[in-house]
Design a protein around this ligand. Structure first.
Ligand SMILES: [Zn+2]
Length: 214
């Protein structure tokens, strides 16, 4: 593989000029393009994924996002191997981050979608995949990492909302599923960030301050 040029400039909020996050493993996906001119990044879409479904670890997700998934490797891969999809980030069960698309670019994660009456969420969103299933609880390390990356994104882009894929594509998508604890994410984001970033479906609302130590 050809070496890419070093990321320019110092990370601001952990991101370089193009939107690559320091500390995340970089696996560049070809399934991305430029965002429409003049469109601000205001939304984070949280997804859940595991390949094969319910199995964690391995490289199948990275293979899917880089068009290298072997359709013969698992019966469930046949139907998805030809998809051209990506997300900006994957947060693994242990909290490790993989980045596939620069945050400044458009990843292909939401599909046909709508948020607050606006269509084509990919244009103005960041897609973050949590390795998991709709039913099994996501890990503490995943919540901590997700809160951290949302805070960093919000320091750089005018992020207003965090929504689930199921919120922007209701009836079509169920991820990140009932196992995704929205109130927990809102708590972890903290009052300062939560004042600006709303977590869709968080029944706790802005609420009282979290107890110290959280
Ligand atoms: Zn999804």
């Amino acid at each position: 593989m050809k070496r890419r040029p070093k990321p320019p400039l110092r990370p601001a909020g952990g991101f370089d000029r193009l939107g690559w996050l320091a500390g995340a493993r970089r696996v560049r996906s070809p399934n991305a393009d430029a965002r429409p001119a003049g469109v601000a990044v205001t939304l984070v879409v949280v997804h859940g994924i595991s390949l094969p479904p319910g199995r964690f670890g391995g490289d199948a997700i990275a293979r899917l996002f880089t068009n290298r998934l072997d359709p013969a490797a698992h019966p469930s891969f046949r139907a998805i191997a030809d998809l051209r999809v990506s997300a900006h980030f994957l947060i693994r069960r242990d909290g490790a981050m993989v980045q596939f698309v620069a945050a400044g670019d458009r990843a292909w994660h939401a599909g046909t979608s709508q948020w607050r009456g606006r269509e084509r969420c990919n244009d103005y969103s960041i897609g973050i995949e949590l390795e998991g299933t709709d039913e099994r609880p996501y890990t503490a390390r995943q919540y901590a990492r997700l809160a951290q990356v949302v805070r960093r994104l919000a320091a750089r882009w005018p992020i207003a909302d965090v929504a689930g894929h199921s919120d922007v594509a209701p009836g079509r998508k169920t991820d990140p599923g009932p196992s995704f604890d929205r109130a927990r994410l809102a708590r972890l984001l903290g009052r300062a960030a939560a004042a600006r970033v709303a977590v869709a479906g968080d029944k706790g609302g802005p609420g009282p301050a979290p107890p110290s130590g959280l």
